[in-house]
Design a binder for this molecule. Structure first.
Ligand SMILES: [Fe+2]
Ligand SMILES: [Fe+2]
Length: 227
């Protein structure tokens, strides 16, 4: 299966799952036990759908969404690209939570690693490259640079905590494991609220102000450094 392959009803499920582990999250929505040691189902996407009484097109659509995310090229050079980064990271976190829900801890850990690396790089870009330029705008109500920085610190603290907890889950017996998973969802709720609030502040203040205080040429140069 080459890069950018279009999937269809005849695509073998096992091949997809081997190449894109996050596809197992979709399969687990339809009752496929997504523990790592379980063999992916034999047969095609359509066969898998038929066995579970769901329309094959629906399954193809859901798998395509996950593949888009796994194959996503670096976003194009515009401030809009940074909004896409937010969306991309939020969707990855949801996939991580789905794997957690299916109690596929190795997959949840793998997806969390992608969330964490992506989030840290995005924060680095904002703090090292964008905030110094943003400072030109002077005082902005609700837009003090320290708000962004404090929220970034909180986000990193929570991600550190999640990354510490995930490997420990693998050593838990089934009795305590589910309870720990529930705790992670409770904490995940606050993480998502924090991100929602933070992204909103950036989308309504940081990015539009950056547009105002830069020339087009400078914007191009800055974005090149960001991406
Ligand atoms: Fe940020
Ligand atoms: Fe951001």
């Amino acid at each position: 299966m080459g890069e950018g392959t279009i999937i269809g009803p005849d695509t073998p499920v096992a091949e997809l799952a081997a190449r894109y582990p996050a596809v197992r999250v979709v399969l687990s929505r339809y009752g496929f036990g997504s523990y790592e040691d379980e063999e992916p189902p034999a047969g095609s996407v359509a066969g898998f759908a038929r066995e579970r009484g769901i329309p094959p097109e629906r399954l193809v659509g859901e798998i395509e969404r996950v593949l888009d995310l796994s194959r996503r090229e670096p976003p194009p050079a515009s401030f809009l690209a940074l909004l896409e980064t937010h969306e991309h990271l939020n969707e990855l976190f949801l996939l991580h939570q789905e794997a957690l829900l299916a109690q596929d801890i190795p997959l949840a850990a793998e997806l969390l690693k992608q969330v964490s690396e992506g989030q840290r790089e995005h924060i680095r870009v904002e703090e090292e490259i964008l905030l110094p330029v943003y400072a030109r705008a002077g005082k902005i109500p609700g837009g003090d640079p320290k708000f962004y920085i404090n929220e970034h610190r909180k986000m990193i603290r929570i991600l550190d905590h999640f990354e510490e907890m995930l490997p420990r889950l693998m050593d838990e017996g089934p009795g305590t494991m589910r309870r720990r998973v529930i705790e992670l969802f409770d904490e995940g709720y606050w993480f998502k609220r924090l991100l929602e609030h933070h992204d909103e502040r950036e989308e309504s203040i940081l990015y539009p102000v950056l547009d105002q205080v830069t020339t087009e040429e400078e914007r191009r140069e800055l974005l090149e450094r960001c991406l």
